[in-house]
Design a protein around this ligand. Sequence first.
Ligand SMILES: Nc1nc2c(ncn2[C@@H]2O[C@H](COP(=O)(O)OP(=O)(O)OP(=O)(O)O)[C@@H](O)[C@H]2O)c(=O)[nH]1
Ligand SMILES: [Mg+2]
Ligand SMILES: [Zn+2]
Length: 367
Amino acid sequence: MNDKDRDKMSNNSNLPFIPGWNASLESAFSAYKGPYIPGRIVTQHKTVWNILTEKGELQATISGAMRKVGKQPVVGDFVVLLDQSDLNSYTIVDILPRTSCLSRGSAGDLSEDQLIAANIDTIFIVTAVGHDLNLRRLERYLTIVYSSGAKPVILINKIDLTEGLPDDPSATIQEIKDIAGDVPVIALSALSKTNLEQLDPFMKPAETIALIGSSGVGKSTLINALLHHNVQKTSDVREDDDKGRHTTTVRQLFLLPNGTIFVDNPGIREIQLGDSSDGIDRTFSDITELAQNCRFKDCTHRNEPRCAVREAVDQGVITQERLDSFHKLNDELAFQADKAEIGLKGVEKKKYKGIALARKYIASKRQ
Ligand SMILES: Nc1nc2c(ncn2[C@@H]2O[C@H](COP(=O)(O)OP(=O)(O)OP(=O)(O)O)[C@@H](O)[C@H]2O)c(=O)[nH]1
Ligand SMILES: [Mg+2]
Ligand SMILES: [Zn+2]
């Protein structure tokens, strides 16, 4: 890689070369004096992380202190490494502040296991024509993406499959646009490389883009097409159920020649909402906006009189399915928040039970 390429990949040529590194990370890192170097997580293998640094890609484990408090870096994280290269050892000692954090975890899960990736600027929610197209699932994806802090873009892949078929995809594409609000919707084919140029506006140097979606929709095929190399294994979807095979098993960061950073993800099986109430409001911005004209400020749009949202359904402005989906996601969020509270109480109880047992034990020893 020459210097010009390096400059493109970092936002500023005076800063160390780490893809996506910028002045505010530099300032956060400046608190570290001594044998420390910064890096960015490329991939994780159980307890070992691959990290891109100025010295190239190297492997590290996390410090005992981080393990103790349950802090774990994820792909995309910028980390601080203790550099003991003379001993051939690097240890991750800190995670620099995250600008976004994608999680599919439930609110009750206090561990960081549910984190998918960090510091992502844009998320391509990938879906494919055929069985995978599902408006309700897209609303779920939009909700978690909005609450992550990243910008969503919806990709409809495999449009080559509909060429020459009577089943015209434009109606489905329009349905998606109707629920997408301001979110860009792009129909393309990763395999026959159709409409890939429509992704150009998002592919800026030092920009980090993650691909999420069900298994088999073609996320890895798209990465290969954009990289002009087959770096990722892809495989046929099972014919019987169109569920995919979960070909990609490890989340990983890739660099494009122009400096854009991509994260390929394994197919997501189940999307839980976690703590995403503002994500729901943004996903359903049409409903939130209409709600301002409901008679009651706290209208739930179920059976209150003079509800502007239900009137909009009656007039065909929004579909009943979309309102049902809004209710369902809100109910799920409320249920998860309750569960989280009960879970917390459980943890507290266990803690006190532990303390009580320890006291009993100590008392018995004293006697
Ligand atoms: N016809 C057609 N097939 C495609 C297209 N993109 C991907 N495929 C095929 O779909 C299958 C699955 O593609 P992958 O790229 O492995 O899918 P994935 O989303 O990475 O799947 P996981 O890694 O399991 O999450 C492969 O057989 C691809 O060749 C496309 O645009 N058109
Ligand atoms: Mg894949
Ligand atoms: Zn209402």
